[in-house]
Design a protein around this ligand. Sequence first.
Ligand SMILES: Cc1cc2nc3c(=O)[nH]c(=O)nc-3n(C[C@H](O)[C@H](O)[C@H](O)COP(=O)(O)OP(=O)(O)OC[C@H]3O[C@@H](n4cnc5c(N)ncnc54)[C@H](O)[C@@H]3O)c2cc1C
Length: 414
Amino acid sequence: MNFDDTPEEAAFRSQARAWIAANAPKEYEAELRASSLGRTALKNANLLEVAKAWQKKKADAGWACLHWPKEYGGRGASPIERVIWQQEEGPFSKLSAVFIIGHGMCGPTMMAYASEEHKRHYLPPLASGEKIWCQLFSEPAGGSDVAGLRTRAEKRGDAWVINGQKIWTSGAHYSDYGILLTRTDPDVPKHKGLTMFFLDMKSKGVEIRPIKQASGHSDFNEVYFTDVVIPDSQRLGAVNDGWNVALTTLMNERMSIGAGVATGFPELFEFCSNLMLDDRPAIEDRNVRAKLANWAVKASGLKYTSFRAISALSKGERPGPENSIGKLVAASMVQDVATFALDLQGAAGVLSGPEAELAGKFQAMLLRAPGTRVEGGTDEIMRNIIAERVLGLPGDIRVDKDLPFNQIPTRGRN
Ligand SMILES: Cc1cc2nc3c(=O)[nH]c(=O)nc-3n(C[C@H](O)[C@H](O)[C@H](O)COP(=O)(O)OP(=O)(O)OC[C@H]3O[C@@H](n4cnc5c(N)ncnc54)[C@H](O)[C@@H]3O)c2cc1C
């Protein structure tokens, strides 16, 4: 592994750095740097508006969705240039959170399966942040086992009629479009009867109900479909081939989510350096030091694992399972780190909001952490991937794989 930039990469880095220095919304830099891993918030500005304005500015100058082709709103850059940009964007990259699903998952799926006309129409405003997209896969009966989903699509003439329910749809309440996985044939095994579409989230019959989280925020939703009509031209891939289309989305999801999971260690280290425990900095306490040392080792293991993925990209190769490992280890680490920090904060850790100690940073981190362990594949699913693809262990047992979907026992549920 060689972590140094090649001369071309170094030139690209200095070009990106200069543009960011001249154009980034510096007035929010301090707040963005300080915002917790739980949730980015701006005190006196609307985060969505600031995020959209920054994204548009980047798009106008050719710095949005760098690895996408130019005709679809990107820059035609290499994967390693995209990584360099992300490193240079620093705290301003937190403004991209609302676009992650669209840019990381819906866009690549549209690029692989939509018609040329649709790609040219829908992708540039997605890249520039003028339109936001969401991913409508998970259902009460289909999360890890997404092929178990029940939302039906029935063909009527040149259109499809959708009925059913999705859940945990991040950002549905502010999204303009979504990609939607449905069941079109219940008489065949579950992976073989699915079809993917994209739709306008303002379509008649779409009802979005925000879910209130432990943090008090509502970042994701239940989405109900009642006789929603989608033209056949908005089908992505062949009828009943939705599983293969979904795999494109899910592979990109692992790349997007796994690559960016933080650990909370730098925040904890800084906190322990400043906190006084028994008349001396917490960092001098033996027990605190032992904990920090363990997490320092883990954090550096994660750093070099992600460098391995970056090195593969730099050589034009596809990264292996590094992102699954990164997500599995980092997501539970952030939960442990936040729990420890809250213990150190004592009663003050109960408070949240701008007036609380460190603005409730570790509390927000703790409340977000379980979601991070679940989204984009739970810990157990990540372990299955690592077991099967890295360690070569036998595959998970899938007893219903070859049964027609409508013959899978449901214990009386429809
Ligand atoms: C913050 C957040 C944002 C999300 N955003 C979206 C979104 O935008 N769009 C969307 O479609 N979905 C979204 N999801 C849903 C997410 O994809 C699912 O929650 C996830 O796939 C798990 O599914 P589930 O909740 O149904 O849990 P289940 O699949 O029911 O899992 C329950 C438990 O069983 C375990 N388990 C399941 N299968 C296996 C197995 N084969 N081997 C071992 N253990 C297993 C799981 O690990 C878990 O502990 C989001 C979730 C979260 C938390």
